[in-house]
Design a protein around this ligand. Sequence first.
Ligand code: ZN
Length: 158
Amino acid sequence: MAVRKIMLAGEPVLKQVAEPVQKINREITTLLKDMRETMQEANGVGLAAPQVGVSLRVILIDAGEGPVEYINPVLSNFSEEKEDMTEGCLSIPGYVGIVERSTGVTVTYKDRRGKERLLRAKGLLAQALQHEVDHLDGVLYIEKAKSLYRESDLEEQD
Ligand code: ZN
């Protein structure tokens, strides 16, 4: 396993539309392991393969119950209900923004065994799925954000 370098905004790979995974081979399982290690080291909630320089449709999300891998994720049934959510991105360190996201979304994907899965996500997981799948389409949250702040300007309240 290896921690991979996280690509920062400005890298062309982050603007590309990523290719679907054709076959879950050793290259993909190694990528998944490395992404896991990279995300944990960076303390992230989510990571998309393009963020480690690999233009494939693979994302990893830990919404509090451990990391889950999504291969070729496709989102549908976006809830009508939307909310302004605060988000950041490992590729844009030091900033947070307010982005309007659907509060619920359905995802179909493959797990590492190639099994097709279907999940209805809400809350943080729904938000993270929308953020990470945007990465696969070459979109960064700063392009959608209503406002953007330096993390150091965030006021904390207990
Ligand atoms: Zn991101």
